[in-house]
Design a protein around this ligand. Sequence first.
Ligand code: ATP
Ligand code: MG
Length: 245
Amino acid sequence: MTLSKTASKITATASSTAAPTPKKNALVVGSQLNKTVQVGEQTLSIIKDVNIHVNAGEFVVIMGKSGSGKSTLLGLLAALDHPDSGSVELAGQTLSTLDEDALAVIRQREMGFVFQSFHLLPTLTVAENIAFPLDIARRPNKVRVDELIEAVGLSHRRNSLPSQLSGGEQQRTAVARALVSHPKIVFADEPTGNLDEQNADQVMQLLLDLRQQVGSALVVATHDAALAKMANRVITMHDGRILSQ
Ligand SMILES: Nc1ncnc2c1ncn2[C@@H]1O[C@H](COP(=O)(O)OP(=O)(O)OP(=O)(O)O)[C@@H](O)[C@H]1O
Ligand SMILES: [Mg+2]
C-alpha cells in the first residue's frame, strides 16, 4: 500500500471507530498508582492515586502540561518503572508480581514502543531493527518484516543504518518495529515530537493504520491536539493526577 493510500484510509477509519468497550474487558488496568522521586532531601510525589484502564484495541491519548506525569505514567503501565504503591495488570496478569526476566518476555511479546528520540539500535540496518523484536524472541519472520518495510515506505532503505536516515525515516522504522510482533498494546511517548509537521502526520498515520491492522491498543502521550481528536478517549493529566478520562 502506498503512503498516501495509507493516509486516506486511516483518516476514514479513525473517525468511524466504535466507542470503547466497558472497563470489565480492559486490557490494561492501573489501580491506585503512586510514584515518588527523591530530589536531594525532598520526596516529590509525581503520580498520585491514578486509576486508569485501556481496553483492547482502544486508542487513548494522554495530554497534559510538561511535567504533569505523562511519561512517568506510560513507564508504569509498560512496567519499565515500578510504582511505589498500586498495581498494573495486563490481560489479567499483575505485572508487579513478575521478575525482570518475565517482564522482559511480556514486553517483547505483548508490547510495542515508540519514543520521541527513535531509540533504534545504531549498528543495525532498517531491516534488522524492524526484525529485532522477532529475532530476540526467536521467532524470525522475514515475510512479516518485508511486509512492514514496504508498508512504511522504506524498501529502498532496508540496508541503511539509522545514522543514514532522516528523522521521519527513523521514526517510520521505529513504528514498524513496534508493530512487528503483533503486540496487544503499543506505548508511544511524543512519537512525533522531533519531526516537522509533514513527517509527523505521515508517522502518526502509519502508526494508526498499522495498529488498526494488528488490532493493538495504542496509548500516546502527546501535546498534539489534532491527534487527540482522532483518539477513542483522551485522558488529561495535571500535576500527577488524572483530571478527566
Ligand atoms: N527521575 C526523576 N527524578 C526527579 N524528578 C523526576 C524524575 N522523573 C520525572 N521527574 C519529575 O516528575 C514530573 C513528571 O515528569 P514526566 O516526565 O512524567 O512529565 P511529562 O508529562 O511526560 O512531561 P513532558 O510533556 O515534558 O514530557 C516532572 O516534574 C519531572 O521533573
Ligand atoms: Mg514526557
